[in-house]
Ligand binder design. Structure first.
Ligand code: KG4
Ligand code: ZN
Length: 351
């Protein structure tokens, strides 16, 4: 089968993305973000994100086609994120994709956003050179998700090994940044500030690491590979309050560094535990928090110690984008899967 030319649309959160691939070759990856419109609220406002997708969809599509040097007629198939994500935001991408499918008669593939994050590993961008390794784990850390996946076959067999039971790691960064008086998005601000602080100044909690949550390797406990960040956020809030109540200046850099160390320590330790216990010798890092300097450093260090080979895609492919949707759809098409029925609905809590 010839390599299909696939156009993928992503709109699950605040990025409107259109990516175009030919098989495993990336031709365009155009992204428009509504991040600036959410800044004054300190987090993504779903209604604003949905409206921004409406405004950005056609310009993003037009730019991606121009960058790839193709027309809609040239495209073999369309793909779109159908979930998980914000319901209204997903709806804009799904409606756009269905409209294109009806207007052009091209087949449409509904794609799972989380699996698509792993799909970037299919591209010939040097991470894996177009084919995923067999024993692959994927650590996805963003404002919306914190997950460790086992990928046996990206088109048909992806297992969720662990996830956050409350806030996503990026969400914890954003909430703690607000407590420290830093602007949204908090991740990059804390990452910068932490470099001036002492990560050992405060010992903040590592959620779900006490023995009662860890089960055993033979029968992994319900929370062995899961995370919780709400207790950590509360501990930071209490620390700030105690300094305020005592009339002492809040040591923001030390708090930022200690908070970051707690997040990165527990994220990497549980992900590597899951990889080791499932014989996964490769780990792909994805999501916006993959930009974090300390997360990259400690993951690399601990992977090396555990004999796990770590791959970190370029940042433009770590954050939400359309190329990952198109790349996964191209793989699914080459595996011979039928297109989705046009009656499918977006599913904000797609497993
Ligand atoms: O993947 P992404 O762009 O959007 C989704 O959440 O799906 O990730 C955004 C998240 C935000 O929570 C932001 O604070 C976090 O990624 N982030 C970071 C860094 N850069 C972005 N977190 C920690 N350190 C960073 N350098
Ligand atoms: Zn994402």
């Amino acid at each position: 089968m010839k390599e299909p030319l696939v156009l993928g649309i992503e709109s699950s959160c605040d990025e409107t993305g259109v990516g175009i691939v030919r098989g495993t070759t990336l031709l365009a990856n155009t992204v428009s973000t509504s991040m600036d419109e959410h800044v004054r609220f300190g987090g993504v406002i779903p209604e604003i994100a949905s409206r921004a997708h409406l405004d950005a969809m056609v310009p993003t599509l037009t730019e991606a086609l121009a960058t790839a040097g193709v027309t809609l007629e040239d495209v073999d198939a369309l793909a779109v994120t159908s979930g998980p994500g914000l319901a209204g935001a997903l709806m804009v991408g799904v409606c756009a994709a269905k409209a294109l499918a009806v207007a052009t008669g091209k087949p449409l593939y509904a794609i799972n956003h989380l699996v698509a994050h792993v799909g970037v590993g299919l591209l010939d961008d040097g991470v894996y050179g177009g084919a995923l390794p067999e024993d692959l784990g994927a650590l996805l850390v963003s404002g919306g998700h914190t997950e460790i996946l086992r990928v046996r076959n990206i088109a048909s067999d992806v297992e969720l090994l662990g996830s956050t039971i409350d806030d996503a790691a990026g969400e914890a960064y954003d909430k703690v940044a607000r407590l420290l008086g830093l602007a949204y998005p908090g991740g990059p601000a804390i990452d910068r500030l932490a470099k001036e602080g002492d990560p050992r100044a405060f010992r903040f909690p590592r959620g779900l690491t006490q023995p009662k949550y860890m089960g055993s390797p033979e029968a992994p406990g319900p929370h062995r590979y899961d995370w919780s960040f709400s207790g950590l956020k509360t501990a930071v809030a209490r620390c700030v309050e105690q300094h305020d109540a005592a009339g002492k200046p809040v040591p923001v850099a030390d708090i930022a560094a200690s908070f970051q160390e707690a997040v990165v320590d527990v994220v990497t330790s549980k992900a590597i535990l899951a990889c080791r216990e499932h014989g996964l010798r490769n780990l792909l890092l994805g999501g916006g928090v993959a930009a974090n300097s300390r997360l990259r450093e400690l993951t690399a260090e601990r992977c090396a110690a555990a004999g796990i080979s770590l791959a970190v895609p370029p940042f433009s492919l770590c954050t939400d984008n359309g190329a990952m949707v198109a790349a996964l759809a191209a793989r699914v098409i080459m595996d011979g899967r039928s297109p989705s029925e046009l009656s499918f609905a977006p599913d904000s809590s797609l497993p």
